[in-house]
Design a protein around this ligand. Sequence first.
Ligand SMILES: Cc1cc2nc3c(=O)[nH]c(=O)nc-3n(C[C@H](O)[C@H](O)[C@H](O)COP(=O)(O)OP(=O)(O)OC[C@H]3O[C@@H](n4cnc5c(N)ncnc54)[C@H](O)[C@@H]3O)c2cc1C
Length: 421
Amino acid sequence: MAEMRRFDLVIVGGGPAGMAAAVSARENGLESILILERDSELGGILNQCIHNGFGLHTFKEELTGPEYAERYADKVRELGIPYETGAMVLDIAEDKTVTVLSAAHGVEQIAAKSVILAMGCRERPRGALNIAGFRPQGVYTAGTAQKLVNCEGVSVGKEVVILGSGDIGLIMARRMTLEGAHVAAVVELMPYSSGLKRNIVQCLDDYGIPLMLSHTVVDIKGKERLEGVTVAAVDNTNTPIAGTEQYFPCDTLLLSCGLIPENELSKNCGIALDPRTNGAVVDSRLETSIEGVFACGNVLHVHDLVDFVSQEASTAGAEAAFYVKNGRTPDETIDVTVGNCVRYTVPSRIHITEPFPDAHIRFRVTGVFRNTSIIVRSGEAEIFRKKNRILVPSEMLDIVIKGDKLKGLSGEINVSLEEEV
Ligand SMILES: Cc1cc2nc3c(=O)[nH]c(=O)nc-3n(C[C@H](O)[C@H](O)[C@H](O)COP(=O)(O)OP(=O)(O)OC[C@H]3O[C@@H](n4cnc5c(N)ncnc54)[C@H](O)[C@@H]3O)c2cc1C
């Protein structure tokens, strides 16, 4: 029997997060690395995002999704980091044995000293939305339609309604219009859009596509093929209001109703998950509840910009390299708790260790807030404050607490929003 392959670091997923983590681990001195990707090429979901707007932070230029992914794939190849495509990870054990299925090796077990989880996220499907009506052809998640149109050259429909104003839905409203379809409306349950402002302007306003806030689809008509949808206004408990129904004849309904981190492997491995993000609970090293297993990118929490995914993954790669070379010694930590108007934070614990590095705290707010300050407190002491004109749930926030402010702290720090007076 062939001997078990062994690596210092196995990375699950070859999307932007997996690739940036691998590059950073190698640049931090780790030689023995393997990226496992179930798809036929590296790049993850960016391969189907052919619009531009990627990389403004990382490369200071506007790239398409595939161009952004290619920059990292080139780097992976330049650095000679091994990767295997068509390799589906089936299981990760607590001792970091990774079980993988591929045409080249069949079902194989690989021993790893450390693992980085970079499996990305998937879209919330119709089954999770409880919309009345039959199950006709013509109902797609926005990402599936994006793949069909951009990668397979298939036209999915001519008269379109989009439910949910997440970024993929907004991007697809423009894409379908450019493909010659008519997008009647983007319908959003919440009183605010869940997509970025720039996407609302560039993808809806520029093309005259109406955004119907506080509305939802209450019925789907058509048995074999979609014939139309009924849209109604909702009240402040998100309950449809009788008498407000409008019927839109259409052959296509696209769903852009949220992304779910792909954490089945993490769950089976016994990694603690945060119900607010559906991602792993991590500390400031991006280490999960299992020593030597790190998480980054959309599998950790859903990001709106890929640049932040790459940044976060780079930290995970450096931390995995440090762990393999130095192991762990116990140190002081403080918890990060959420206060007023803050939905979650990543990380939920910060290490307070020499030489006291700066700590990133990423989070989202619970609603739309004007003229507020983000405040971080340790007990009564304020260690961070930043004024903001407007904060919205669709934009992930990233604040940096200076290392010297963390020195000597114990217990917990609390992140909250307060109204400016
Ligand atoms: C449909 C869709 C469209 C998007 N459009 C945009 C956009 O226009 N602009 C933007 O900034 N962001 C967009 N995003 C967000 C985008 O996902 C992130 O910016 C970025 O791609 C996340 O990188 P990632 O590496 O964490 O995840 P992904 O890009 O999703 O990569 C994860 C990789 O892990 C692999 N994988 C998963 N499970 C396994 C397994 N068990 N074994 C082996 N491999 C596995 C997957 O095949 C995939 O290649 C979109 C997301 C989705 C879902």
